[in-house]
Design a protein around this ligand. Structure first.
Ligand SMILES: Nc1ncnc2c1ncn2[C@@H]1O[C@H](COP(=O)(O)O)[C@@H](OP(=O)(O)O)[C@H]1O
Ligand SMILES: [Mg+2]
Ligand SMILES: [Mg+2]
Ligand SMILES: [Mg+2]
Length: 355
């Protein structure tokens, strides 16, 4: 591993880019029966499986010794030969498209690199690492915000490299996100990249125009919350209470996926807040690792509601769920105080009338 992670960064960008092109083209052709329902009742589409097959194929060729913690596995898919055939078709199409400058055929990509069904199902299952505190591994969410993807909203292909529980590199591809927030109808599709200690960048899906990303100063009157669309994923009424404490009057921006972290990183919204809606759900590392390094490198802080950093060394999850707060470094403390105040009110420790 080079200390600058320049090769890892390039490979990750190319892999995420191919997966983004795949998922955008799948969306236009997706039909209803190309989605399965997982044991936890959440949806998974042929796009999720094919994107995981593509990214894992590239990672395993470029870094054969690196384990991968991926969201999906191929168990349910294997029971459905029609969906399997579709995933194989999609993954092969994405892997075999022409090489762009910098891509290497040794990564298993480019014309003529057709993979068998067995190769691709096994590539999906190579995301079976359990994570943990020691060593180096990748974590992949092939489509984060599958519900957003299905509704034609925001979703993201998310990849991070974790070394000894620290997120060293994060790449988030957002095929539906406008490149320029002040031109929402303009070009869509951008990739955000952050390397620990080296800053953050945004580039177009083609890799063109890389520009540094730094969270701008936002006057407190213009702050707003970035929150999940899904009410089951984060407690909207809690966010409203925190907004009131902070005298935030702007309505929250609801958006699926880690595109929220990307918007926060470029100042398109001021605070990401995700508090649990019910006991028992544990946040997954692939839902937060790339977003966390992006925010930290763009000048922000990410903690739970106790003010502690997220722990990426516990396995597939972040452990007991104390929520997630992300904001620019200089306002994070203020938001954390407000969250703790709102929690105390909720728990009945403070009489609302006294504050
Ligand atoms: N009860 C719950 N609480 C919090 N997050 C949940 C949840 N159920 C599912 N999720 C996660 O929320 C992610 C989407 O986040 P968001 O709401 O910010 O779009 C999902 O990612 P996938 O879509 O990759 O499965 C899933 O991992
Ligand atoms: Mg999912
Ligand atoms: Mg996800
Ligand atoms: Mg996902």
């Amino acid at each position: 591993m080079s200390t600058s992670l320049s090769i890892e960064k390039q490979v990750a960008i190319f892999a995420v880019r191919r997966a983004c092109l795949l998922t955008s083209s799948v969306f236009n052709k997706l039909v209803k029966n190309e989605t399965l329902t997982k044991e936890d009742k959440s949806p998974v589409t042929v796009g999720d499986y094919a994107a995981q097959a593509v990214v894992n194929t590239i990672l395993k060729r470029a870094f054969p010794h690196d384990p991968i913690v991926g969201e999906e596995d191929a168990d349910d898919l294997k029971r459905d030969p029609i969906l399997t055939k579709r995933v194989v078709e999609l993954a092969n199409e994405a892997l075999q498209s022409d090489l762009v400058l910098g891509e290497m055929p040794e990564w298993g990509i480019g014309p003529g690199q057709e993979k068998s069904t067995e190769d691709l199902l096994s590539a999906i299952d190579q995301g079976n690492h359990l994570g943990g505190h020691n060593g180096r591994f990748w974590t992949l969410d092939p489509i984060d915000g599958t519900k957003g993807f299905l509704r034609g909203g925001q979703y993201a292909v998310c990849l991070a490299l974790i070394v000894d529980a620290n997120v060293k590199l994060g790449v988030i591809g957002c095929p539906n996100l406008p490149c320029n927030p002040s031109d929402p109808d303009g070009e869509k599709g951008c990739i955000f990249v952050a390397v620990h200690g080296q800053g953050a960048q945004q580039m177009s899906l083609s890799g063109a125009n890389p520009t540094p990303v730094v969270i701008p100063e936002i006057p407190s009157g213009s702050l707003n919350f970035l929150e999940s669309v899904e009410a089951a994923h984060s407690d909207h009424s809690f966010n409203e209470r925190v907004s009131n404490i902070l005298s935030i009057s702007r309505t929250p921006t609801r958006m699926d996926s880690q595109a929220k972290y990307c918007c926060l990183a470029r100042g398109d919204g001021g605070v990401y807040l995700r508090m649990p809606t019910k006991a028992g759900y544990k946040e997954k590392i692939w839902d937060h690792a790339p977003g966390t390094v992006l925010i930290e490198e763009a000048g922000g802080t990410v903690t739970d509601s106790r003010g502690l950093p997220l722990n990426f060394g516990l396995g597939k999850t972040l452990g007991e769920n104390y929520g997630v707060i992300a904001a620019r470094r200089d306002i994070h403390g203020k938001v954390l105080d407000a969250v703790q105040q709102a929690k105390a009110i909720e728990e009945g420790e403070i009489d609302q009338a006294k504050i």
